[in-house]
Design a protein around this ligand. Structure first.
Ligand code: NDP
Length: 444
């Protein structure tokens, strides 16, 4: 059996009931076969893959808090510090009822390669809780965040582990978490990113993941002789990544026809109204059923369906495994030319393979959505030098980083004889730097 197959088998046996983690390990290791095969003897002696798939540290803790009725609630908190070979652990905190250890491990594992791809000195980690901020009062969210940070603060710091936002963790949650960290430690340091502008946040961080997705998509199309202007797109999700992806797409001349949330989706033939979407999601924290009140021409549908719309570009920006094989078939049948992942692992393995077989350009999340973490690293730099850069400065750096990532993934794919396979390219490009650092640092 090959080294890669042995490791995949061992991961499944050793980590039962963690299907998302298995999926991420399979996707990454399968695409690393050319590099692993070429270095098999050395990697086996160093147990390199065994070390890569085993987190350096996993922390799981109780998060008790009191709701508005005086009832005590208990959630589970997680922080997985996966790999610090190239820098302090960096990765978001997800607050969603679906969170479990396997999901945090899949996200942390992917984060290692994504962070490496940015070219910045950040290792991989991820955390979160099964707490659901939806429908909670501000006081309840604060009570949860303070309890969560009371435990988490023992394991993080500006030079060790720097968490950020993710699903369910936006500006409000980061603010409460930061306040509690400062109160407990007495340190005013850049321990979290995605902070508000009045206390150390970076301009353009809010927009970074969605904007970065479009910068990379534009470059990927350009490398293939296609102009992004004038194209149509389907976007899923209506959170942080989706909103700013739609905004930048429109600035680049793309007409975005859809968005969605966990209960339904919107089709707007005139193009999604970003101002309306922001008001519904960021101000009112309401459901997408409200969208029709702003745009009578639009349609609202219950359930899933964004990928059935005829578009040139598909940008999944909601959550993992939201684009299935039948969705990929529908996109291909409708003439879609490119899929770029704003979310983490939104496309199933079968759907990814199908899209690639059809010759549809496919940018994996670890490259396409790396703009968020890259700008988080820029926030860390600004915190260290106690300076704030302008929006234009940060945005220009973000564009440079995304264009670089795009070329790095394309070059790595080509070097190993997999031209235009950006999944292989992104994984190899991210892996090479991490492996180099791991081997240089000895058996740790
Ligand atoms: P948000 O919480 O702001 O938005 C998430 C969106 O996805 C919402 O519209 C939500 O709908 C929808 N959604 C969440 N879970 C599900 C589900 N199980 N089924 C259907 N829809 C769902 O999160 P973000 O925009 O920050 O994150 C979106 C994705 O992008 C995630 O995969 C995240 O890991 C990834 N990402 C985020 C980065 C960032 O900087 N924020 C950076 C890199 C990646 P509803 O409101 O109904 O729950």
């Amino acid at each position: 059996m090959s080294y890669v197959d042995e490791i995949i088998e061992a991961v499944v046996a050793k980590n039962p009931s963690e299907p998302e983690f298995h999926q991420a390990v399979k996707e990454v290791l399968n695409s690393l076969r050319p590099v692993v095969d070429a270095n098999e003897e050395k990697f086996r002696r160093e147990a390199l893959l065994e070390r890569l798939v085993e987190p350096e540290r996993q922390i799981k803790f109780r998060v008790p808090w009191v709701d508005d009725k005086g009832q005590v609630q208990v959630n589970t908190g997680y922080r997985v510090q996966f790999n610090s070979a190239i820098g302090p652990y960096k990765g978001g905190l997800r607050l969603h009822p679906s969170v479990n250890l396997g999901i945090i491990k899949f996200l942390g594992f992917e984060q290692i390669f994504k962070n490496s791809l940015t070219g910045l000195p950040i290792g991989g980690g991820k955390g979160g809780s099964d707490f659901d901020p939806k429908g909670k009062s501000d006081r309840e969210v604060m009570a949860f965040c303070q309890s969560f940070m009371t435990e988490l603060c023992k394991y993080i710091g500006e030079n060790t582990d720097v968490p950020a936002g993710d699903i369910g963790t936006g500006a409000r949650e980061i603010g409460y978490l930061y306040g509690q960290y400062k109160r407990l430690t007495g340190l005013y340091e850049g321990v979290l990113t995605g902070k508000g502008l009045s206390y150390g946040g970076s301009l353009a961080r809010t927009e970074a993941t969605g904007y970065g997705l479009l910068y990379l998509t534009k470059e990927m199309l350009k490398m293939n002789g296609i102009d992004i202007a004038g194209k149509t797109a389907a976007v899923s999700g209506s959170g942080n990544v989706a909103i700013y992806a739609i905004q930048k797409a429109q600035q680049l001349g793309v007409k975005v026809l859809t968005c969605s949330d966990s209960t339904g989706w919107v089709y707007d033939p005139d193009g999604i109204d970003v101002a309306a979407l922001k008001e519904i999601k960021e101000v009112k924290r309401a459901r997408l059923t409200e969208y029709k009140n702003y745009r009578p021409n639009s349609e609202y549908h219950e359930g899933r369906g964004v990928w059935t719309v005829k578009v040139d570009l598909a940008l999944p920006c909601a959550t993992q495994n939201e684009l299935h094989l039948e969705d990929a078939k529908a996109l291909a049948a409708n003439g879609c030319i490119a899929v770029a992942e704003g979310a983490n692992m939104p496309t199933t393995l079968e759907a990814t393979e199908y899209l690639q077989e059809q010759g549809i350009l496919f940018a994996p999340g670890k490259a396409a959505n790396a703009g968020g973490v890259a700008t988080s690293a820029l926030e860390m730099s600004q915190n260290s030098e106690r300076l704030s850069w302008t929006f234009e400065e940060v945005d220009a750096k973000l564009q440079g980083i995304m264009i670089n990532i795009c070329h790095n993934m394309a070059d790595a794919a080509e070097r190993y004889g997999f031209a235009k396979n950006y999944v292989v390219g992104a994984n190899i490009a991210g892996f090479e730097k991490v492996v180099d650092a791991m081997l240089a640092q000895g058996v740790v």
